[in-house]
Design a protein around this ligand. Sequence first.
Ligand code: HEM
Length: 287
Amino acid sequence: MSQHPPASEAAQAASTHDADTPNLDFAGTTPYEDYVQADVLTHLQHPLSDDPGEMVFLVTTQVMELWFTVIVHEWQTAAGALRRDDLPVAMAALKRSTYELQSLNASWQPLAHLTPVQFNSYRGALGEGSGFQSAMYRRLEFLLGEKSASMLVPHRGAPRVHAELEKALHEPSLYDEVLRFLARRGHAVPAAVLDRDATLRYEPDPAVEEVWQRIYAGSQEDELVRLGEALTEVAELVWRWRNDHLVATRRAMGAKTGTGGSPGVSWLEKRARHNVFPELWTARSHV
Ligand code: HEM
C-alpha cells in the first residue's frame, strides 16, 4: 500500500499544482488505488522458475481467471433476469458476455506460439498445477449445463471455493433458466426437462430441439430468435476458447501427458467436442 508522502513532497505538489492537470495530492492512497486495488493486483505474480517467459504464462492465466469471473457474473445476471421474465436485462448481459468472451479469446495470443523448448523451460516448475483445477472455469461450465459433482473433489481443501462450487452445482444452469422461460412463454418443453436434476450434465432432448426448430422457423424479428442467436454466439465463442486452448497445447507440448494428469491433447479434443446448448445447433438441420 502507498504511504503518505513526506510533508515537503506534499507541500511541493500542492504549490506546483495547476488547475489544468489532474490532482496530485491525496491524504492516503489514491482513489484509483482504493477502487482498483492495482497495488494488490500487480503484486500477485510469483513465477516458479527463472525463465523470463514464465511471467506472461502466469499473467495470461490470471487475466483469463478475471475474464471467467466477469463472464460468470454476466451469465448469473442473465439467468436471474430470465427467472424474473426480464428478457431485456438478460439480453444485455448475454451481449456483454460475448464481447468479454472475444477479449478472453484474444488473450490466447501470447501463448499461442510456444515451442516445446520454450514451454519446457518452466513446465517442470508447475508440478501438478493445471487449468483443469480452475474453480472459476468450472463455474462457467456449470452455468452452461456441463455439471459434474466429481469436479468438486479437487477443491475439498479450499472451503470457500468448494462451497461456491457446490452452490453452483445445485443451482439451475443458464440453459435450464432459458428452457423454463420458453416454457412460460407457451413452448412445449417437457416436464422431465424442466424438473431435471440440476446437478447432472444437461443431455439434449428431441422435444427441446423441436421447440428451437419452431422458434427459428417463425418470424426472424421474434425476440426468442434473438435470444437463440445470443446463446448461439456464446456457445460458438466458448467453443473457440476450447479450440484455441487445444491448438496452443498441441503446439507447446504435442501428445505428452498434461501436468494435471490427463492424456493431454486427446482429452482436450474430447472436451472440445461437447456442444454448448446442443439443440440450438441440431435444430438448424430441420429449419
Ligand atoms: C500453452 C499453455 C497451456 C497448455 C500446454 C495447457 C495444457 C492443458 C492440458 C494438457 C489440460 C488437460 C488437463 C491436464 O492434464 O493438465 C488443460 C486443461 C485446462 N486448461 Fe490448460 N494449458 C495451457 C494454458 C492454459 C491457460 C492460460 C488457461 C487459463 C486459465 C488454461 C485453462 C485450462 C482449463 C480451464 C482446463 C480444463 C478444461 C476442461 O475442464 O475441459 N490453460 N490444459
